[in-house]
Design a protein around this ligand. Structure first.
Ligand code: ATP
Ligand code: LTN
Length: 334
């Protein structure tokens, strides 16, 4: 609890251009929840280097991502928006938690298996212990709730297990966090391969709508979305392409999938696809305009970076000192 409010933590990696999946699955829910909770939204740049990055590109993407959080509607005066690498407590707590996490647990993580298959030439220890750093992110702020897409559930379960294990030994040190998964948009699929999730690291750019895509590109990608030959619009697992388009439409318009199906009753794919395109454009256009405006205001963004890093450090250090005492590190001499 901070000032009588429950705490929320979430983060995104600055590894590529954000997709509509990232927005509908995560960022959009962050905004909905931001009034109710004391929120920490991190650009998790330390996680990004588990895969090789070009330094200048990473720096640029991290800044763009931080700006995008604000452009999407998170008020940086109320929400703590900061770079993970500016708070050394993340790495310090991660080290301690590494000593409370089993190799077997990390071996089971599907993200590790997927990423090591994809980057077979660089299966580094950081990629393996990635979930421990993520647990440290969350536990450092004593977060009650963590809004993420479904793909992160396994990491959240591990975080809860680590927290409970630690608490069983040392008493109530960590808040055990709950995942928050939104009702619509929790898993947006690729427009080209609707059995795969839409991902910013997908090699086929037509599978993903990027948040910075211009209206023509968005419309073109929606019109080319892979569907099926059934010809009728139902919300069913048998029609994954159509289901995905209905999910996108619902998440962008605030309608339920059932309402969306009703709206397109008796209509064809030729009507659904451009309607989805329009819905996406109307969500992304204001965000893009605000991003452009904010990007030009260097001094403002710099001040947010500085102030919020100080705030995050304050809360992080509080937890870290407590944990260090519990495990038996010597007190600091003042
Ligand atoms: P990468 O392709 O680099 O692994 P990613 O696109 O999966 O990245 P992350 O940075 O790992 O993105 O995820 C940021 C947030 O977006 C997480 O909360 C994740 O659950 C959510 N998310 C990612 N992809 C989707 C998707 N297709 N649908 C819904 N939520 C998603
Ligand atoms: N692993 C997450 C990003 C992430 C995160 C976090 C999300 C790192 N630390 C803490 C929520 C809370 C991802 O790949 N999407």
């Amino acid at each position: 609890m901070i000032d009588g409010k429950k705490v929320l933590f979430s983060g995104m990696q600055a590894t590529g251009n954000l997709t509509l999946g990232n927005y509908l699955g995560a960022l959009k829910n962050w905004i909905t929840l931001s009034d109710e909770y004391e929120c920490f939204y991190s650009v998790v740049d330390m996680h990004s280097i588990t895969v090789r990055q070009d330094p200048a590109t990473l720096r640029k993407r991290a800044r763009n991502l931080l700006t995008l959080y604000i452009a999407a509607g998170l008020d940086p005066e109320k929400n703590c928006i900061y770079y993970q690498s500016h708070v050394s407590g993340h790495a310090e707590l991660a080290w301690i938690l590494n000593c409370f996490t089993y190799m077997g647990e990390l071996n089971r993580m599907t993200q590790f298996k997927d990423k090591s298959a994809k980057h077979a030439d660089n299966i580094n220890a950081g990629l393996f212990t990635y979930p421990v750093l993520m647990a440290a992110d969350i536990l450092l702020y004593q977060a009650d709730v963590v809004p993420v897409g479904i793909d992160q559930m396994q990491h959240l379960e591990l975080t809860r297990n680590i927290a409970e294990r630690f608490n069983n030994i040392y008493g109530d040190v960590f808040t055990v966090p709950e995942a928050y998964i939104g009702k619509v948009g929790a898993k947006i699929m690729s427009l080209q391969e609707p059995s795969k999730k839409m991902s910013k690291s997908d090699e086929n750019p037509n599978g993903s709508i990027y948040l910075m895509d211009d209206p023509d590109t968005i419309m073109r990608k929606c019109k080319r979305a892979v569907t099926d030959s059934e010809g009728c619009i139902r919300y069913s697992d048998e029609q994954p392409g159509i289901k995905n388009l209905l999910d996108i439409y619902s998440a962008c318009t605030g309608k339920t999938p059932a309402e969306a199906v009703k709206e397109f009753e008796g209509k064809g794919y030729g009507e659904l696809k451009p309607a989805v395109g329009e819905a996406v454009i109307s969500v992304l256009k204001p965000l893009q305009d605000e991003f452009e405006r904010l990007s030009k205001d260097k001094a403002y963004i710099d001040s947010i970076i500085k102030e919020n890093a100080d705030k995050a450090n304050y809360y992080a250090t509080k937890t870290l000192r407590k944990v260090q005492r519990k495990v038996g590190f010597p007190d600091r001499i003042r």
